[in-house]
Ligand binder design. Structure first.
Ligand code: IMP
Ligand code: MG
Length: 178
């Protein structure tokens, strides 16, 4: 595996740009749900930062759930296979549910999760919110209902996104040329 160091990273979105975008998403969601209770489903590990920051802007009663899926190996590209490491969820029947993801790339993870929830629950509503959307890489037909940034085909790290488990703690989003 190719080693990368923080010096190889170019900044794509600064911490400030990310926070501004999340604040706008929060406003949007506050309008959409009004004061109705909302279940946020955080897709670990990548969405940990986004979930935490987004939730602070929300004004409706919130419940947070955490599931763990993995599709990326330790390299630069998606495997297309989704591994449900932990997908235990409470009863979501008749609930407003919002899936919170860091990024939609090929779309396999998103498709798997949406289908899983639809198969198991009759939710009041089910929406998908992704910080980043790599539309150009899509292999299955799925679009986020809410997203902050559309990006082209770059491998990103930081703000939850990792390379081989590293860089999730960076407050900004950077990329490496591959
Ligand atoms: P998908 O199933 O191909 O849409 O991939 C979704 C998952 O792959 C995301 O939830 C991320 O965790 C991971 N992923 C996709 N693109 C990147 C990237 O550029 N950097 C790091 N992780 C990524
Ligand atoms: Mg993810």
């Amino acid at each position: 595996m190719k080693m990368i160091t923080e010096g190889d990273l170019k900044i794509l979105y600064t911490a400030d740009e990310i926070q501004k975008a999340i604040s706008s998403l929060g406003e949007c969601l506050n309008k959409r749900y009004n004061r109705e209770e909302l279940y946020l489903i955080c897709v670990l590990k990548g969405s940990v930062m986004f979930m935490a920051d987004l939730s602070k802007h929300l004004k409706m009663p919130i419940r947070m759930e955490f599931i763990r899926l993995s599709s990326y190996g330790s390299g630069f590209s998606s495997t297309g296979k989704v591994n449900a490491v932990d997908i235990s969820l409470p009863d979501l029947n008749d609930k407003n549910v919002l899936i919170v993801e860091d990024i939609i790339d090929t779309g396999h993870t998103a498709r798997f999760l949406v289908d899983f929830i639809k198969h198991n629950f009759k939710t009041r509503s089910l929406k998908f919110c992704s910080l980043l959307d790599k539309k150009i890489k899509r292999e299955v037909n799925i679009e986020p209902d809410y997203y902050a940034f559309e990006i082209d085909d770059k491998f990103l790290v930081g703000y939850g996104l990792d390379y081989d488990g590293y860089y999730r703690n960076l407050p900004y989003i950077g990329y490496v040329e591959t």
